[in-house]
Design a protein around this ligand. Sequence first.
Ligand SMILES: [Fe+2]
Ligand SMILES: [Fe+2]
Length: 511
Amino acid sequence: MQEPFPTHPSLDISENGTMSNATVEVNYDDLIPNNVNLSEDRALKKALEAWHPGYIDWWKSMGPEGFQESEVYLRTAVGVDPAGWATFDYVKMPDYRWGILLAPQEEGRTIPFGKHKGEPVWQAVPAEYRAMLRRLIVIQGDTEPASVEQQRHLGKTCPSLYDLRNLFQVNVEEGRHLWAMVYLLQKYFGRDGRDEAKALLGRQSGSEDRPRILGAFNEDTPDWLSFFMFTFFTDRDGKMQLESLAQSGFDPLARTCRFMLMEEAHHMFVGESGVGRIIQRTCEAMKAAGISDPYAIDAIRKLGVIDLPTLQKKANFHITVSRDLFGAEISTNGANAFNAGLKGRFRETKIDDDHQLENAFYSVLRLENNQFVTQQVPALTAINARLLDDYIKDCQAGLNRWNKILEKEGVEFVLSQPHPAFNRRVGEFAGLSVSPDGILLTEVEWQQQRDRWLPSDADLDYISGLMTAVTDVGQYAGWIAPPKIGINKQDGDFEYVCIDKPERCPAEREA
Ligand SMILES: [Fe+2]
Ligand SMILES: [Fe+2]
């Protein structure tokens, strides 16, 4: 077992709202896995000590509901080398070792894009870009605890212990990503960085008065299909954002994001394999019942599986709210962050151009005189549009793999992505009434057909009715196929979460 990370029973919240923790001594040097010389950085340690009790308090009140005392088979990053970044063991979630880990520094790295291209990367915050940089870090940081909040009720309806463990893995790692951003704020931004770090625990997903910054992170994640769609589509937005920040000329941000991307890959695996297993199960059930028409929804639902048209509607919802996360397609903020060398493009260094884009153009889809047209716009202003295009391509690769399952099972149905203008609230197409195949409609026409394209109340009720917990070892809910391989290659009957049977819990057995 790993050494537990102590929790703080005595939170002392003073009148001005700041938290102090006078009674519990924490050895931060040993207990926070880090490669940032934490033991030698007194100012940072002090800031972390002030922030940490509030974090644990947040985890316990806004993190996974229940299961805080359960032993969960989790991957913990204790170092950035291959041997240290993925160590598996049973751990109680509040004792998870949320570390501060940056990818190794590259000798002689230079700023790869923008007007400072070719200059040595910054190890300190460049004064002229301080506010812009802080904003980028805060926005990224805000998404991390938000998704934990959105997913907090899912444990009680888990389709298996395997899936429950995957949910918690994603949750603790999003918690670690919050630490990663808080580290940057506290280490490099002084007092206002500490204020921002505190505010990250103050906002709350879905809250009326203190919501999370971005729309998709205030949506509900009411069921496990939503969870899988979220980790596939919304975590993939996270991947794209991290990929562009991993190019940053502010080296500590680039290194932090490069390490986060290693964890992010698993989140999208959880989504892709989760949806893939649902498709698999639906196909198997349809074939066993002799149903070949994927639109025979009533008959398919009688089998207790999720029909493919509903799966498409759920995908449509998550795709469109995730696209909104990219911001306006044409954006001066995007141009400024690129020009400044703070946020690059997807795989910037692999792109074959001058990386400054002062005279370059990029094709963007726009609406002109009620027609969708492709327009050449200055590439600098189209940084967001390009990242969104890369995202749509990245999503399509996953959809193609889902469609392979359908093909292999001989079910005639193709999952697809809706038109870029469908159901958008942000950017070029915000508020337009456009069908998934790109037909411009009146608002009334759109509303009349809405339930054909996005989950209806009846669809959501049906899915919600399927959500009952399956917690017997090696068992799976009837609407999802078991995974092909276990986590860390464990066997099918592996107990990924020891919920309430301490006699079977490995930690207890060892003791
Ligand atoms: Fe994350
Ligand atoms: Fe993630």
